[in-house]
Design a protein around this ligand. Structure first.
Ligand code: PGA
Length: 254
């Protein structure tokens, strides 16, 4: 089955509002000849730049996402942001469970699960990140970790919800290190994820769900990754911070 590819840029804690405006204008320019029927392009700026980016994206096919959110609608949660707030500024998607959230900010499979439920209740499409660390890979725990993240993360979601969401396999050892997983290494895990979904959720969900690869995606390696049957796109960090390289990833990934 051919799934529509997605190239998503995770800007992390980069870009002031002014820089964000420049970057998104550049991305619009770089991708103006790309047929939106062939690929979904998405950007996830920091919260303070969401509004400015949203205004520039209005009327364009580029999608907007938050990098994280709280599961409650509102309340005494200093420093947090809610699904309602993301919706209000024009987000259609939200990244959940990025390994940096798990590693540095105490995100667990349980909070990931609450956030996934909250995203769906508010009409946001979640992009759930899963992936193993180098130690876990070396200890042959890759599949156990991924399975645990999927099982606990997706707990209680309907098959229809799982079908509509997006997954990102991001091996922690490949993030920001310049060390990309080889297309074969990534494909092995993507195929495992799809098999797990087929057996534990539903055949249709396994077929329809898009699984992005993330971890040092660059213009030079996107083509190889995209030739793999179970890789449906990229979640790009560092290389999404320049309009030129992000635009090239979009075009070469087609
Ligand atoms: P990177 O980050 O492309 O800089 O490795 C990817 C990610 O963390 O989403």
């Amino acid at each position: 089955m051919k799934r529509k590819p997605m190239i998503a840029g995770n800007w992390k804690m980069h870009m002031t509002t002014k820089e964000a405006r420049d970057l998104v204008s550049g991305i619009l320019q770089q991708t103006k000849d790309v047929d939106p029927g062939n690929v979904d392009i998405l950007v996830a700026p920091p919260y303070t730049a969401l509004m400015a980016v949203s205004e520039l994206l209005n009327g364009t096919p580029i999608l907007l996402a938050g990098q994280n959110m709280h599961w409650e609608e509102k309340g005494a949660f200093t420093g947090e942001i809610s699904p309602v707030m993301l919706k209000e500024v024009g987000c259609s998607h939200v990244i959940i469970g990025h390994s940096e959230r798990r590693q540095y900010f105490g995100e667990t499979n349980e909070t990931v699960n609450k956030k996934l439920h909250a995203a769906f209740s508010h009409g946001l499409t979640p992009i759930l990140c899963v992936g193993e660390s180098l130690e876990q890979r070396e200890a042959n725990q890759t599949f156990t970790i991924i399975e645990e993240e999927l099982k606990e993360g997706l707990n209680g979601l309907t098959t229809k919800q799982v079908r509509s969401m997006i997954l990102a396999y991001e091996p922690i050892w490949a993030i920001g290190t310049g060390k990309t997983a080889s297309p074969e290494q990534a494909e092995e895990v993507h195929a495992f994820i799809r098999k797990w979904l087929r057996e534990q959720v539903e055949k249709e969900a396994a077929e329809e769900i898009r699984i992005l690869y993330g971890g040092s995606v660059k213009p030079e390696n996107i083509e190889g990754l995209m030739t793999m049957e179970n890789i449906d796109g990229g979640l790009v960090g560092g290389a999404s911070l320049k309009a030129d390289s992000f635009g090239q990833i979009v075009k070469r990934g087609l």
